[in-house]
Design a protein around this ligand. Structure first.
Ligand code: BDP
Length: 689
């Protein structure tokens, strides 16, 4: 088992289970013909052959079939009485009806999603005898963002080169593209951006658009649209215009013409993703224009063709006076209501940058007249690359379930993202992909679970992280009940372990420079203050943490009054975010009754202990896991333990130079002094920008 099949790993069920499902599904009728229907047939064949030992026999009428797939506009579905409207463009129903199982949707892509759901039911050994479900996605655009360069380098990618081989496209169409599309369709991902947000203008040249068209043609039957990251200065760089000022008619015309050219090739092209005026990328700010002016210019070029703009809110200016966590809000909130209806402002889950733990970004809930898209990072740039086991389902849920209180209690981030709390109909969720050419796609097998959970939550944010982990384990690794419990427990605790051994109690941005691999809390010499870890932890003789209350940067003022009140006082600030919002003395009494210094040491050690526990749990499931996969995870956990100790020791050795307190009784002392940790070099760490 090399992991290539991901969760679409159709291992044979036991004979009794096979018999059971064959008696329920033995014959199939598919009342439709299209490219997507062929995909459905292929997948059903593949899944039933693998899982049930034989494919279903196709029959020529619905009456004689056990399994019926039908479009809702078809007369055939009348007996089910399913409200056509309720399913929308992509939703579906799976219903037991007089001894038959019906899959019904308004579109063939809806039927494809239903098929993958049915397969998942079998893979997770669900009872189909009374199945009666309707499933409709809560968010419209469910997208993967690849930070992949045209030379196949993947920025912050830890699983090998980019899967997109631009050099060989459009002629050479890898099997991997099809398997990638199957995997995405199986979890409801319906849009992909194959190129880096730090965009190369070449992507919009005719030769590259031919390559993009080839990908779009492959992905179309799977319900997946292609979008592109575009460089705002493209009119100047590849169009020969003097500059790319968005108010200039010739610049607007250039984008209109470019859009027309793209749609000529790709009639269902999704639109543009833009990183503008951020980390050196060009943008409307270069000409004194606002983000809204820049975004709307692109949106108007795409509008006649039905395309959308995803405009990123990840901005922090190098000359800004405000503390970094304040900047996106400062720039974007005044623009609320000014974006066109085919623009979504894409916001990272937290106010800084994909840290192991952040509070929710205050933009969520603060722009009720705009579409706000969620951007999660699936690739583990700040959570141990592809060597650490960190299930991100819990992180995503924490962010989505966070209550912004902007429209009273219950104003969760999820409700902002799914449009219930805004007057914009456009809704979107994006995940920065963790996929590369590694045989198992994600480097670490458990990285697959992060791709999986992203898609499942983008479809339905009400699902629980534990249930999704359960599905994934069943589909990917094993059906053994005890093993599932052990592995699920590992997954559910893993992200908190990482938080504890890297950045406990609200600490953040302690990583080393450039590659972001390993600890570097001492770094204070970078070109910009807000690139330095010291900017964020503010350790001194008195204590630790950054004061973001009114006596400090006043970042808490960007949250709803409910939160302002709570966050103003350390005693009512959630412990896990304490040092995000407060600078506290080393002797500050924590809710446990112990001092801050004690709890800091304790948390770092809990993180390490958590990895040791995962190692033990993994050993317990040895007989239930494919030997190759078992060994890979075993080796990775070995690395993770070493690195957890490295993080703990380096950070504690460093913070101890300020706290001047001994490591409390019962905890190990750092193995080396801080100079040793400072001296470590990682010139070829993967995935650097
Ligand atoms: C940072 C990454 C950088 C990305 C940037 C972004 O280190 O490589 O370009 O985010 O989101 O976290 O644009």
């Amino acid at each position: 088992e090399d992991g290539y099949n991901l969760w679409l790993n159709y291992r044979p069920l036991n004979a009794r289970q096979q018999q059971h499902y064959l008696s329920q599904l033995g014959t199939v009728y598919i009342a439709d013909k299209s490219a997507t229907t062929s995909v459905i047939k292929d997948e059903l064949k593949r899944a039933t052959k693998g899982l049930l030992g034989q494919k279903l026999s196709a029959v020529s009428s619905a009456q004689s079939a056990k399994l019926v797939l039908a479009l809702n506009n078809n007369q055939l579905t009348t007996p089910l009485g399913i409200e056509q409207k309720s399913l929308g463009d992509e939703g579906y129903a799976i219903k037991q009806h007089k001894g038959q199982i019906w899959l019904v949707a308004n579109s063939d892509v809806g039927l494809l999603y239903a098929t993958f759901d049915l397969i998942r039911q079998i893979q997770t050994l669900a009872d189909l005898s009374k199945i009666n479900k309707v499933s409709v996605p809560k968010v419209k655009l469910r997208m993967l963002n690849h930070w992949d360069d045209l030379d196949r380098h993947t920025e912050r990618g830890y699983a090998g080169q980019s899967i997109f081989d631009w050099h060989k496209l459009p002629d050479y169409q890898e099997q991997r593209y099809y398997d990638y599309a199957r995997a995405n369709a199986s979890i409801g991902v319906n849009g992909i951006v194959p190129n880096n947000v730090n965009a190369n203008a070449l992507i919009l040249t005719p030769a590259y658009l031919q390559k993009v068209k080839a990908l779009a043609d492959i992905f179309r039957p799977y319900g997946i649209k292609v979008y592109l990251s575009v460089k705002f200065s493209s009119p100047h760089l590849i169009g020969g215009l003097e500059n790319s000022d968005p108010v200039k008619p010739e610049v607007q015309q250039w984008w209109h013409d470019k859009a027309a050219e793209i749609y000529q090739l790709i009639p269902d092209f999704g639109g543009f993703l833009v990183k503008a005026n951020s980390e050196g990328q060009p943008g409307p700010g270069d000409f004194g224009r606002t983000h809204a002016q820049g975004a709307n210019m692109l949106a108007r070029a795409l509008k006649p063709f039905g395309g959308n703009v995803l405009w990123r809110a990840f901005v922090y200016a190098h000359d800004a006076k405000a503390e970094r966590s304040l900047q996106a809000y400062n720039e974007f909130v005044p623009l609320d209501g000014k974006f066109d209806d085919n623009v979504s402002v894409q916001v990272k889950n937290g106010p800084i940058d994909f840290q192991p733990r952040e509070p929710f970004s205050p933009l969520f809930g603060a722009m009720p007249h705009s579409s706000l898209a969620m951007e999660f990072q699936i690739t583990q740039e700040y959570l141990g690359f592809s060597t650490h086991l960190a299930y991100l389902g819990t992180l995503y849920k924490e962010a989505l379930d966070a209550d912004t209180h902007t429209q009273g209690a219950g104003s969760t981030v999820a409700k902002v993202v799914d449009g219930s709390l805004s007057d914009s109909p456009l809704t979107a969720m994006a995940g920065v992909a963790n996929i590369g050419m590694d045989r198992n796609w994600t480097g670490h097998i458990f990285g697959q679970a992060n791709w999986y959970v992203f898609g499942r939550l983008a479809w339905d944010h009400d699902l629980s992280a534990a249930d999704i982990a359960d599905e994934w384990i069943n589909m990917t690794l094993t059906h053994d009940k005890n093993a599932i419990d052990q592995i699920k427990d590992m997954m559910m605790n893993s992200r908190e372990d990482v938080v504890n051994y890297m950045t406990p109690l609200g600490l953040h941005h302690l990583m080393d420079t450039g590659h972001h691999y390993g600890p570097g809390p001492w770094v204070d010499n970078l070109g910009r203050a807000d690139w330095n870890p010291t900017y964020y932890h503010r350790a001194d003789k008195q204590g630790l943490g950054i004061d973001r209350t009114a006596s400090g940067t006043n970042a808490i003022s960007q949250y709803a009054p409910y939160w302002q009140q709570k966050l103003a006082n350390p005693a009512t600030t959630p412990t896990e975010l304490l040092l995000w919002f407060h600078h506290l003395s080393w002797d500050y009494t924590m809710p446990s009754g112990k001092s801050l210094w004690y709890e800091l040491v304790h948390h770092y050690n809990m993180g390490v202990a958590g990895v040791e526990k995962m190692q033990q749990q993994w050993q317990r499931v040895k007989n239930q896991i494919d030997p190759n996969q078992f060994h890979q995870v075993e080796m990775a956990l070995g690395i993770q333990l070493k690195e957890a100790k490295w993080w703990r020791d380096a950070c504690l050795a460093y913070f101890q130079t300020f706290s001047q307190r001994p490591i409390p009784e019962g905890f190990p002392k750092p193995v080396h002094d801080v100079d040793y940790y400072k001296s470590l070099q990682f010139p070829y760490a993967p995935g650097q920008g």
